[in-house]
Design a protein around this ligand. Structure first.
Ligand SMILES: [Zn+2]
Length: 843
């Protein structure tokens, strides 16, 4: 890898005057950028990408310049070093890539409309204006915007507008900030606003395709989140306003631009009268994630992209801390346990995975380090470990000191450990570095040998992995008081087991609370001791038991056949956490059965056995005053009953569909997907496909859209699936941002797998052109690796992707995904027979 020069070493900007004129009709941008800064040498480089630079002046005089596409820069030759004012004029195309400055498309009452917005992280500010596009190059920005404006349009930016002159909108100078956080937007918008106790203006903005009431929930959460963070961080929100803007075309989930956070519509807006509890929870955590960044990421920013985790891991923990404070009745940490924890544990077990802290130089590779399961999920688990080690009082005072020391500047991981270490009196850096710098995590084997209870840690792999003797500093969180807090060695002898067991009076358990990033393999004796009292375990422990066992089975350390008979013990739980874990394990059995085989039939019977009692209890209609657990469990249980082909449940779902045919959106949101899917799968027709596609195209409700798309992809008739694939490239029906989910849906359906795979291979060039510049592009490969399960598919996958190994940003993903598929193929080959025998025996 070529070591790229940091342009900040050559020129340090202090202030930008950015003037942009945008013409939506001709799709052009013309701009003038003035940068005042310090030149360290006479040859300097300013980032640019796709800009047609017309002139470069230094202190008013034209100077020679050279465009360098490889380093995405314009190289400028100055006459002197020291303070310099650069003036660069240029033009650029307005493109549909969801990066840089780009239009979003939508319709209001059949009329096509556009909304212009921005997405600059990680390296696309340079597509909008020339800049030193590195997080460390913080400066102040004065933005001036002109566009082909018509009455009724709203213009938003990081800071408030201060004046309009000759049709140009001028915005207040920003605080010192990084380029990737600059943002603006304009178009026909509706808004809802309020103020925090401390006087910060909070606003939610959306197109007029939405109902006004969809802005209420996010407004409440955003206001409460800012108030929560001001208190928790003991540091005021630094800007006059906090705008939340929903963009119809948006590649990621949301983006923390300082003062102007942008969101995918489905992650901000929701109908307060008909949205499932789970969707509300997810939307709330997305908002609190972005608002956590307003301090952690925006006020204090990582020095370079290798410390991306510092932003993301932290925001990913704080989103739960904040929602837990705002909506304590939700028990939001349970969502953490069923989403972040398993995602991290699965991906981090594949050899070749990146560490949380990861070296990165090339701009094309920066996007590829945004690995959701690692930088977000694993990183947040690491910080949850820190939080449980030092407690909230030390966390808060450490953070306060961290913000005070680094505000409007940059920081590294070491700076955070220093602040938290001083606040807690613990050497946090030493404990955390083993997690930060090493990929993977350990399995701790707990066993009784010669009467002694012994622990041993070794790296856990799913699939082939090369053990290189890694060790971690493990917070053991054991329920036996005689056990040390941290395991730092490879192994430890805890002494006489019989004595320990008697003293404690309960089965030996590690990682109580499931906050530490490791799994446990108990020997038969210890496991049996736990299983004998399984009903007395708390919900998290029950979930953890299922989760750890299934990971051990994925890693071939035990057989899935051993887990199958245990499932029934959890089936009647009233905890949504346990129900969610149960069916996630049951779902992993699906890979062992061939579609439409007698084995599949047996698996459906197992599902019937597990779900029928609960399906009767919960029913299709929410009960008055029912628990939140029941609300969350209902969709999972009903989905399982429908997979089981429970005739009574299928009939009710069919009736519900027929009765609500004319207004499907009004079906209760937490069972709507199940009703739609049942209809498509069991009573489908081409006509129904067309009807639902039209509904999909016309609705602005994000969760209804999701329900429709996943339901449509479950058709049993290949012809209906072909019809969907034919729409993949029709951007008026399926927005590029949603295509991956559509593709995955059809691919994961055995009746559509071949056609979807053929489509992807044939249209790869189109896809690359359409979304290749997008941060999420590599995840098209990830979703394929989550589906393929045969040797033939593995060979086809290799044939197609191995020649693309050199594509920057795809290398790691392709290598890891080959391992993922290979390990699944091996697992199926070695366990298939015994698993199916166990399923048959459990009926
Ligand atoms: Zn984030």
């Amino acid at each position: 890898m070529i070591k790229m020069a940091r342009f900040y070493d050559l020129f340090q900007p202090q202030h930008y005057d950015v003037y942009l004129a945008i013409d939506r009709q001709t799709k052009t941008i013309t701009g003038t950028t003035e940068i005042i800064g310090q030149a360290g040498q006479t040859k300097i480089a300013i980032n640019q990408k796709y800009l047609k630079v017309k002139s470069v002046k230094a202190d008013g005089e034209n100077c020679p310049f050279e465009i360098d596409e490889t380093s995405e820069a314009v190289w400028i030759t100055l006459k002197k070093i020291g303070e310099t004012k650069l003036t660069i004029t240029y033009s650029a195309p307005l493109t549909d890539t969801m990066m840089g400055i780009y239009p979003s498309y939508y319709e209001v009452e059949g009329q096509k409309k556009q909304l212009i917005g921005t997405q600059f992280e990680s390296t696309a500010a340079r597509q909008a204006f020339p800049c030193v596009d590195e997080p460390e190059a913080k400066a102040t920005f004065s933005l001036a915007l002109k566009f082909d404006e018509h009455p009724g349009e709203t213009v938003l930016a990081n800071m408030p507008e201060i004046k309009v002159e000759d049709g140009t909108h001028y915005f207040a100078e920003t605080k010192r900030m990084s380029t990737y956080l600059v943002a603006f937007a304009f178009g026909e918008l509706q808004a809802k606003k309020t103020k925090t106790k401390s006087g910060v203006e909070i606003g939610v903005f959306a197109t007029k395709a939405h109902q006004a009431k969809e802005l209420e929930f996010p407004l409440e959460i955003a206001k409460k989140a800012i108030e929560f963070y001001e208190n928790f961080y003991q540091t005021p929100y630094p800007l006059p306003h906090s705008w939340q803007l929903a963009l119809p075309d948006f590649s990621a989930g949301a983006m923390e631009n300082w003062g102007l956070v942008t969101y995918r519509e489905a992650y901000l807006l929701l109908d307060p009268d008909n949205t499932s509890l789970r969707t509300k929870q997810v939307v709330a955590t997305v908002i609190t994630h972005e608002l956590a960044h307003q301090w952690f990421g925006d006020l204090v920013t990582m020095k370079w992209w290798d410390d991306l985790w510092l932003n993301e891991s932290f925001a990913n923990m704080m989103e739960y801390v904040a929602v837990d404070a705002i909506k304590p009745e939700w028990n939001i940490w349970e969502l953490f346990q069923v989403s972040e924890a398993p995602a991290a544990l699965k991906r981090d077990a594949t050899d070749g995975v990146q560490s949380v802290h990861v070296q990165v130089e090339n701009p094309a590779e920066i996007d590829s380090i945004f690995d959701g399961a690692i930088v977000y999920a694993k990183g947040s688990r690491m910080l949850v470990m820190v939080r449980s080690l030092i407690g909230d009082a030390a966390l808060r005072s450490g953070l306060k000191a961290y913000f005070a020391a680094h505000k409007y500047q940059n920081a590294t991981g070491a700076d955070l450990w220093k602040s938290l270490g001083q606040a807690s009196g613990m050497n946090i850096g030493k404990i955390m570095n083993s997690w930060l710098e090493q990929p993977g995590y350990p399995v701790v084997s707990a066993s009784v040998k010669n009467g002694h209870l012994k622990l041993q840690q070794q790296q856990f792999f799913i699939g082939e992995g090369q053990a290189v003797g890694r060790k971690w500093q493990l917070p053991l969180n054991c329920n036996y008081s005689a056990v040390p807090k941290i395991l730092a060695d490879q192994q430890v002898d805890l002494g006489d087991y019989a004595q320990l067991r008697q003293q404690a009076g309960e089965p030996f358990r590690l990682n109580v609370g499931n906050d530490s990033h490791f799994i446990v393999k108990y020997d038969d004796q210890l496991l049996q001791d736990i299983l004998n009292q399984v009903s007395q375990l708390d919900n998290i422990s029950q979930m953890q038991l299922l989760q750890d066992l299934s990971l051990l089975a994925e890693g071939q350390m035990i057989s899935y056949a051993k887990i199958v008979p245990l499932l029934a013990d959890f089936a009647d739980s009233h905890s949504s956490l346990v129900i969610s874990a149960l069916y996630s394990v049951a779902g992993r059995l699906k890979k062992f059965v061939e579609p439409d085989s007698s084995e599949e039939q047996a698996l459906r019977q197992l599902y019937q056995k597990l779900s029928s009692k609960q399906a009767q209890r919960l029913g299709w209609q929410a009960q008055k005053n029912e628990s939140l657990d029941d609300q969350l469990s209902r969709p999972i249980v009903l989905s399982s009953a429908l997979y089981a082909k429970d005739p009574q449940m299928m009939a009710i779902a069919h009736q519900l569909f027929q009765a609500n045919r004319s207004e499907l959106i009004h079906l209760p949101a937490d069972i709507r997907f199940q009703v739609l899917r049942n209809e498509v799968e069991n009573y489908g027709s081409l006509e129904l496909t067309e009807t639902l596609l039209t509904e999909y195209q016309q609705t602005a409700d994000g969760s209804f859209k999701d329900d429709l798309s996943i339901a449509l992809a479950s058709a049993a008739d290949p012809q209906q699936l072909e019809r969907l694939i034919a729409k993949f490239q029709d951007v008026d029906t399926i927005k590029p941002q949603d295509l991956r989910s559509w593709f995955h849906g059809v691919l994961a359906n055995p009746h559509g797998e071949q056609a979807a795979w053929d489509w992807l291979r044939a249209q790869w060039g189109w896809l690359e052109k359409k979304v290749g510049g997008d941060m999420e592009f590599a995840t098209y490969i990830t979703v394929i690796s989550n589906v393929f399960r045969t040797r033939q598919r593995l060979a086809e996958f290799k044939d197609f992707f191995e020649p693309k190994l050199q594509t920057p940003g795809l290398t790691r993903e392709i290598k890891m995904d080959i391992r993922t598929i290979a390990s699944r193929v091996t697992l199926i080959e070695s366990q298939q027979d015994e698993v199916n025998t166990a399923i048959a025996a459990s009926l």
